[in-house]
Design a protein around this ligand. Structure first.
Ligand code: HEC
Ligand code: HEC
Length: 617
């Protein structure tokens, strides 16, 4: 064995190399504060390894990127773990870079003769930023798609060569498929190669000058890289790994819904470590000076100052300036980050958009599972033909100007109007002009209409453009009067079963499958009562059929709330079978395509796929 190793050594000189690598003296002894460089190299190796695994399952195209990442995340064995590590290790790298930077600045390790290595470090920093920027787009989800679009637009405001830079980054004049393939090539090929090259240089130059020991420790005994520092480095690397794993297990890497160029995501945000810049650009004063000023000139200036630090640090005061400047940057960036997070949390539109994207992503995963894989045209098409996803949006777009849905616009956003300026800005809810349809077609809805008619239809008082006074007429109309006359009888505890029977009958008419099983006895009692008007205790002033049987003037309740009834109603609420001359709703015939109407009505009647058969809300 020894002979073999000696032979190998005589041919390669490996023993000397190991000697060189391990027995590096450390003036002042091993210290915890020197571990950052090693942890960074370790995390980078982790990224290379997990990156290769991800690569082996990733497919860079607009129809398959999200689908392949979804496969990695939700189907592939340990895919969530590999992707989670890659995701959180990238963020760990940012933190470690910051720590490394501060250690170098505070210890004065950027000063002569180590200037060149400091600059190499700055290049490495830029490469890592490039890696995270390009990586953010690769899942091709709403979050990454729209945030990266902001970034490529920033590239476009570079002075003089802006449009060229943007074209190069985008891979053409439009943002899309070519951007994805280009970013992938950068992320998995160009940038890692550059990183390895610059890291090798960085370490080689570092070895030439050794560790910069803070002066006060120089008197302490010298240590050795092996085993003193290596032990500390190894413990630090393990701690970093443990932290990453903690986040992978408790939080997991997020995958938002498939990117949809047609549906602007109103809440694009970069990763948290770029948030400060994002917030900085939103300051009115900065915004006024133009995007190039905030996104290019100022960061460029800051970066130039940092690059000049080795020269500034030649003076004692200069070193203090460098330390103060770096701490100032850190404090400023932290402040802006916290500000951005707090503002977002307090912004109902942002919160609703994030929730919606989250719902969509959960739903996309469910639909892909239902079909045993994504269709060739991509998972987005599944969302586009899903009532649960599209119904709320259609409702928000077409119906929420008058109606509400459980108080919101269907997608979870409140309808508010902003009044005043600046400090005095307040938001007030916009009053609805038509009934809240959140419970439309349920037993509760039927009960409410029969006993609380005025409350249900009260929003009609707010009808704008109501020259015919329809709202008032409704609230003083036949049904309203009838409910006033019969409310006492219908809410009489002795007649509780009769009220239930009427509601059961109306729900049976809808034929909806999401309302639980129908109590057939109860519903036929309701049908009976509908025509007879006879209650257990007393009788109705007139029976429902007196008015509601076709031709008697009131809206038809045949098939009330069913898919067919709703479709006809939405298209022609002014038809004599519905509200006739009393109608105040816009007829949607010709305003909604058949497909849109179908999606909307399927959503309103609960007719959509549920993974476990239970109602989804
Ligand atoms: C211009 C305001 C307005 C818009 C927009 C509007 N509605 Fe209405 N809707 C009404 C009013 C007012 C009523 C009350 C009955 C009437 O006047 O026809 C009503 C009644 C209804 C009803 C019957 C339930 C009830 O309250 O009697 C349904 C169902 C309905 N609307 C669905 C929709 C849907 C779905 C949309 C969107 C595609 C929509 N409406 C858009 C004003 C509107
Ligand atoms: C006196 C005539 C009359 C009687 C009796 C009557 N209704 Fe009505 N109903 C109306 C009219 C008219 C409307 C339309 C609103 C309006 O113009 O006042 C209406 C509206 C309704 C609606 C809302 C329809 C929609 O589009 O959402 C329901 C539900 C309803 N009635 C159920 C009943 C039931 C159930 C009974 C019996 C328990 C009943 N009505 C008894 C006249 C009547």
């Amino acid at each position: 064995m020894n002979a073999l190793l000696n032979w190998l050594d005589s041919r390669t000189g490996y023993k000397h190399l190991i000697q060189e690598a391990l027995y590096e003296p450390i003036p002042g002894g091993a210290r915890w504060r020197y571990v950052w460089g090693s942890t960074l190299s370790f995390v980078f190796m982790t990224q290379v390894i997990t990156g290769f695994f991800l690569w082996s399952a990733y497919s860079p195209s607009t129809q398959s990127a999200w689908e392949s990442v979804n496969y990695i995340q939700n189907e592939m064995a340990f895919g969530w773990l590999v992707r989670g590590i890659h995701h959180f290790a990238a963020q760990a790298m940012m933190i470690l870079l910051a720590l490394h930077f501060f250690q170098v600045i505070i210890d004065g390790a950027y000063k002569a003769p180590r200037e060149v290595n400091f600059w190499l470090g700055l290049v490495l920093l830029q490469i890592v930023l490039g890696l995270s920027l390009t990586g953010y787009l690769l899942p091709w989800d709403q979050k990454g798609y729209y945030a990266t679009q902001v970034a490529t637009n920033i590239a476009g405001v570079t002075p003089v060569i802006g449009s060229q830079v943007q074209q190069i980054a985008q891979g053409g004049s439009t943002y899309g498929h070519q951007t994805l393939t280009r970013f992938f090539a950068l992320h998995a090929g160009v940038l890692p190669t550059l990183l390895v090259a610059f890291l090798a240089l960085h370490i080689a130059v570092f070895r030439r000058h050794g560790i910069k020991c803070p002066d006060q420790h120089l008197s302490k005994p010298q240590g050795m890289f092996w085993p003193d520092q290596i032990l500390k480095d190894a413990i630090a690397c393990l701690a970093v790994l443990a932290t990453i794993l903690y986040f992978v297990v408790t939080k997991g890497a997020e995958l938002s819904s498939p990117a949809d160029p047609a549906e602007a995501y109103s809440a694009p945000r970069p990763e948290w470590y770029f948030l400060f810049l994002f917030r900085f650009l939103k300051f009115e004063e900065i915004d006024k000076l133009g995007l190039a000023f905030g996104a290019i000139y100022i960061p460029g200036l800051v970066f130039t100052i940092i690059a000049l630090m080795p020269f500034i640090g030649k003076w004692k005061l200069g070193h203090r300036f460098n330390v103060a400047f770096s701490l100032g940057l850190l404090l400023g960036a932290s402040y802006l980050t916290v500000l951005a997070l707090r503002e977002d949390a307090a912004d109902p539109d942002y919160v609703a958009a994030v929730k919606e994207a989250h719902r969509d992503s959960v739903r996309a995963v469910v639909l892909v599972r239902r079909d045993g894989g994504a269709p060739p045209e991509g998972a987005l098409s599944l969302l586009k033909s899903d009532p649960l996803t599209q119904g709320p949006r259609l409702f928000a777009r077409h119906c929420s100007s008058c109606h509400r849905y459980d108080g919101h616009d269907g997608t979870g956003r409140m309808i508010v109007i902003t009044k005043g300026e600046g400090e005095h800005k307040t938001t007030e809810p916009v009053p609805p002009q038509a009934p809240d349809l959140g419970k439309f077609g349920t037993r509760d809805w039927a009960t409410d209409v029969l006993t609380n008619y005025h409350d249900v239809f009260a929003p009609l008082k707010n009808l704008t453009l109501d020259e015919k006074n329809i709202g008032e007429r409704f609230l003083a109309g036949d049904m309203a009067k009838w409910v006033t006359d019969n409310k006492a009888a219908l809410t009489d505890p002795a007649n509780a079963d009769d009220l239930k029977a009427l509601a059961e009958f109306l729900v049976q008419e809808s034929g909806r499958k999401d309302q639980g099983s129908i109590d057939v006895l109860l519903s036929s009692a309701g049908k009976e009562l509908f025509s007879s008007g006879k209650l257990k205790n007393g009788a109705l002033s007139s029976s429902c059929a007196d008015c509601h049987d076709p031709g008697n003037g009131a809206p038809t309740l045949v098939g009330y709330g069913s898919e067919a009834w709703l479709k006809r109603f939405i298209q022609t609420p002014d038809h004599a079978d519905f509200y006739g001359a009393n109608n105040a709703m816009v007829p949607f015939v010709g305003k909604l395509s058949d497909r849109e109407l179908q999606l909307l009505v399927d959503w309103m009647t609960g007719n959509y796929y549920r993974p476990d058969g239970a109602p989804v809300h």
